[in-house]
Design a protein around this ligand. Sequence first.
Ligand code: ZN
Length: 190
Amino acid sequence: MTSRRVSRLLVALLTAASATFGATVASPSAASADASIAATVCYNTSQAGSFAGIANQAATIWNNATVNLTLSNCGSNLRIYQITGGGSYAVRTSLGNGRVYIDTQQAAQYSPLRIMTHEIGHILGLPDNYNGNCALLMSGGSAGTGCTNPYPSTAEANRVSNLFAGTRIGADTGSQVFNDSWPVATVKVG
Ligand SMILES: [Zn+2]
């Protein structure tokens, strides 16, 4: 929805503001090089409870790892929820749109940031890849509770960049629920 011209203007304004006031207006990211074509996935943490800060960290990780898209806390393409029991999962309704649910009980076993970046990865178009490799983000819980790596691999990040290249947010990926990403030892609740 942001035209190339408006993007350039915003970049110019932000740069000017930063230079004038010495303030940190916006952290530079890999996407900034392609700001004129970057799509913005607006996420919302109003229901994220204690995971709101982790959601922001996860967004920064994705922004630094990818081009062609920017995650920003500006709306409701992606709503993030804190839940208790039942397991963390993601519901993708289309590319860049959906809901992520982070289970407090699982986040006590696994790295909350790894769970968050993984589940957001589903919204950005990635499937699960349960091969136990901690170097991969989409290996999820298969890499065990000791794996705290919250970063997508280069291949995973490039796949997301490619999905968003020239593609509007909302591209039809088929509605999909990823609900078995983080196996827990306890019986599922609800
Ligand atoms: Zn998953």
